[in-house]
Design a protein around this ligand. Structure first.
Ligand code: SF4
Length: 451
């Protein structure tokens, strides 16, 4: 039987980073563990070492390709993106990514394995023209075939789509389109620096449906600058009316390198209101209720799907279960046989090694077995449920005993229920899962910013 606060026997004082209600500067979303700030250039040698030998662990293999071009920089964006590159720059970038993929494909740790999933992220992959997509994706497939993969995801910005481009994507085997809608209100889209407008969403969606892509996801952001209850209700209504296979909702955050963070640091106020964390959670809570009433099921703290058995998200699930990932493109993150790695983060520092036929590896981290176990535990907890037996079988770790006090604390706060077999987050826990996860970090990793 799952235990709740009434049966909790032991508790300890646990304080959360970012206890404040106001949306302050800094990262909220936890993408990986141990935090990126612990990765170092000195560990890059370890990446070359694991690549040069046959894989020691049988893991699924994925390919991530970063396309760092956007029409305009959103004011909340913290990704490595470029809005000023010309056609020649883009051609060179794509050629260098192909070199990167070809180097990986010849490594002992990779060459006898087939891909399980592919993900084109950005930036804006759909910024590329139909011709560029045909040439680039066609060449990529020759180095690393993806006919047998379970999923090929492609991120799109609605205003960059034309029917012909979508036809090429369908023909090239894209199985999952992820559409960055974020909001349907043109005033809010404009204020937040988005390049697209609502008419472009509906136009693109019509073509996507006509071409019958196997899976379509809509991304929304709860709490864009200027958001209101009335508008958010309308956003959710319009999302449900489009009837996508899945809906992913992120909560607005203000990482330090964003345009909005600069405004706040300069002591200026934002032009329209920015919601606090309890309000953003209430908006996501409302969206969950509405989507569930419309037939969707919760698949993580961010995503709801129309039919859990049919609508899978292999990229996410494989990564959260320790898959290997070749991260290609500027500033990309990867994971190979227990070693985290990130590429160089600037245009020239990324391209130059590839011009010389070398991988552009910037920093890395060799994970200890316990860190790999905690990483999977932390990431899987984002689904709202973890089974302790999985970690005992895979890593020999009894996490229910290691985290006895943390589990009782979560239960007392109303964030989770647990028994000897599993930990299940409540809706309140799920809506702020990234705020809770650091309680499971090793002590030496708790004090750092998670970037
Ligand atoms: S479209 Fe996405 S990647 Fe491009 S600037 Fe906006 S948030 Fe960043």
């Amino acid at each position: 039987m799952l235990r709740d606060s009434s049966t909790a026997a032991v508790s300890k004082k646990i304080s959360l980073a970012g206890d404040q209600e106001k949306t302050g500067l800094g990262n909220y979303f936890i993408a990986n563990y141990p935090p990126f700030s612990f990765w170092t250039p000195q560990c890059v040698e370890a990446v070359h070492a694991v690549l040069s030998r046959s894989p020691q662990h049988a893991s699924p293999l994925g390919l991530y390709v970063h396309i760092p071009f956007c029409r305009k920089r959103c004011k909340f964006c913290y990704f490595r993106v470029y809005t000023d590159k010309n056609a020649r720059d883009i051609e060179e970038y794509l050629q260098r990514v192909l070199v990167e993929v070809s180097i990986y494909s010849s490594q002992a740790a990779i060459r006898d394995r087939s891909l399980d999933f592919v993900y084109f992220g950005g930036g804006t992959p759909s910024y590329l023209s139909a011709r560029q997509l045909r040439d680039f994706l066609g060449a990529l497939k020759r180095f690393m075939p993806w006919e047998q993969v379970k999923e090929v995801t492609f991120e799109c910005e609605p205003g960059t789509l034309q029917r012909q481009k979508l036809e090429v994507l369908r023909e090239l085997g894209i199985t999952r389109l992820s559409l960055g809608v974020e909001n349907f209100n043109d005033t809010i889209l404009e204020e937040n620096g988005r390049a697209h407008r609502s008419a472009e969403i509906f136009r693109a969606y019509q073509w996507i449906q006509e071409l019958a892509f196997p899976q379509v996801n809509i991304d929304l952001i709860a709490g864009m600058v200027g958001e209101t209850w009335e508008n958010w209700r309308e956003c959710i209504r319009q999302t449900i009316a489009l009837n996508p296979d899945s809906v992913t909702i992120y909560q607005m955050e203000l990482p330090y390198n964003t345009e909005y963070a600069k405004t706040v640091r300069n002591g200026e106020s934002l032009p329209l209101p920015l919601a606090d964390w309890p309000t953003k959670r209430a908006w996501v809570d409302y969206a969950f209720d509405q989507l569930i009433a419309a037939g969707y099921e919760v698949s993580s703290g961010y995503t709801l799907v129309r039919d859990k058995k049919r609508v899978q998200f292999h990229y996410r699930d494989a990564l959260w279960h320790g898959a290997d990932l070749l991260g290609t493109g500027v500033a990309s993150f990867g994971h190979i046989q227990g070693v985290h790695v990130q590429n160089f983060t600037e245009w020239d520092t990324y391209l130059q090694p590839l011009r010389e036929g070398r991988l552009p590896l910037y920093r890395a981290y060799v994970c200890a077995p316990l860190e790999l176990c905690l990483r999977e535990f932390i990431l899987q907890l984002k689904t709202g449920r973890v089974e302790f037996g999985y970690f005992l079988d895979k890593y020999g770790e009894r996490l229910n005993l290691r985290f006895g006090e943390e589990l009782h604390w979560l239960s007392e706060q109303g964030f989770a229920q647990f028994d000897d077999k599993q930990l299940v987050l409540t809706r309140a826990g799920l809506l702020q899962v990234d705020r809770l996860l650091p309680i499971f970090f090793l002590p030496q990793h708790r004090t750092h910013r998670y970037v």
